[in-house]
Design a protein around this ligand. Structure first.
Ligand code: MTE
Length: 331
């Protein structure tokens, strides 16, 4: 991206404490029978989660244990969990690949609301329970290609974004969906005064047909577990045919709009990062080639280069969305 960070090909073996803590506390809550109980009971528990919406955690745990397998997952070998949760881009925690895991140790999800507004019949300030309630979860193994030319294969857990968006009853004027990440310097250290590197909030957008495409996933977990903060807890997008920066993390706002929204990376360098950001080996980034990618895990001795596929290998499913469009100018 714009800000160069040291390329650490071999992720450090940080102890993955947040995940352990996240789940051990939940398991503990469950085992002592107070999962889903009221504020008082949760306040008496170890203080991982504030308990403004205690039930979303129980609901998510239950849905995770009842998830199903999506039949169309890639057969490629998944990138190990350790790499998925230690090699991250999440500028709210810092620009280095290991900043998100290091700086998210104290991140708290609660309180969390998702504001839905714009061209919709059902605007509102929704809790995570509201968001999760009707959706069954699926394991979907997708290829994931960053614009920086590294890639992974990740077993995400989520549900189709379309199923969520339809619940808000978009009007005929809703041509695009715009998303925002939380702004809270108490929770995101890089948003604190003097430490900002990019304008906040992080913003992304999709055309309505892209948002409604069956491959577009609202992600709540990875490798069968709830998302860790560095991966975008409690909910993030995954648009597998687009460069990774479209997959906005830790979403707090969903706006249905008439005009194409400007994403954060477009605001910063529109000549380098376009609105569509479809993975395309035929269109180079102005500063590097997009013809190949380094599949993680790798090392300097074995960079594990492989050819990049058009639409990241999802051409058959998504090419009709762009029929007649010049993909060189609409990058
Ligand atoms: N979302 C927010 N809010 N902030 C970010 O910095 N980085 C993006 C995307 N979503 C980013 C974000 C980029 S550049 C990439 S490649 C992916 O998240 C990285 O996802 P991962 O860390 O789970 O691999």
């Amino acid at each position: 991206m714009l800000i160069k960070s040291q390329d650490k090909t071999e992720p450090k073996s940080y102890e993955i404490t947040p995940e352990t803590r996240y789940w051990s506390r939940r398991d503990w809550l469950k085992s002592v029978g107070i999962m889903g109980a009221g504020l008082a009971a949760l306040n008496a528990a170890p203080s991982f989660a504030l308990a403004q919406d205690p039930n979303w955690q129980a609901m998510l745990l239950d849905k995770l244990s009842n998830r199903s397998k999506w039949p169309h997952s890639t057969k490629e070998t998944p990138t190990p969990y350790k790499d998925v949760v230690t090699y991250n881009n999440f500028y709210e925690f810092g620009t280095g690949k290991d900043d998100p895991v290091k700086n998210s140790q104290d991140f708290r999800v609660d309180p969390w609301r998702v504001k839905v507004e714009g061209e919709v019949g059902k605007p509102g300030n929704y809790t995570l329970e509201d968001i999760f309630r009707p959706h069954a979860l699926e394991d979907r193994i997708y290829r994931f290609r960053c614009v920086e030319a590294w890639s992974m294969v990740v077993p995400w857990v989520g549900f189709p974004l379309a199923d969520l968006l339809k619940r808000f009853e978009p009007t005929s004027k809703a041509k695009y969906v715009r998303f925002e990440t939380l702004v809270d310097p108490d929770r995101f250290p890089a948003q604190r005064f003097g430490r900002s590197t990019i304008p906040w909030p992080y913003v992304e957008g999709l055309r309505m047909d892209e948002a409604m495409h069956p491959l577009t996933l609202m992600v709540v977990g990875v490798y069968g577990k709830a998302l860790l903060p560095q991966s975008g807890a409690p909910l993030r997008l995954m648009v597998p045919w687009k460069y990774g920066f479209k997959s906005i993390k830790s979403i707090v706002k969903i706006q249905f709009v008439e005009k194409e929204p400007k994403s954060t990376w477009q605001q910063l360098a529109s000549q380098e990062y376009g609105f569509f950001a479809n993975v395309n080996p035929e269109v180079d980034h102005p500063r590097w080639s997009q013809k190949r990618e380094r599949r993680l895990p790798n090392s300097i001795w074995d960079p594990n280069w492989m050819p990049t596929q058009k639409f990241n290998g999802y051409e058959e499913q998504v090419a009709p969305l762009y029929a007649g469009m010049n993909l060189r100018t609409n990058y």
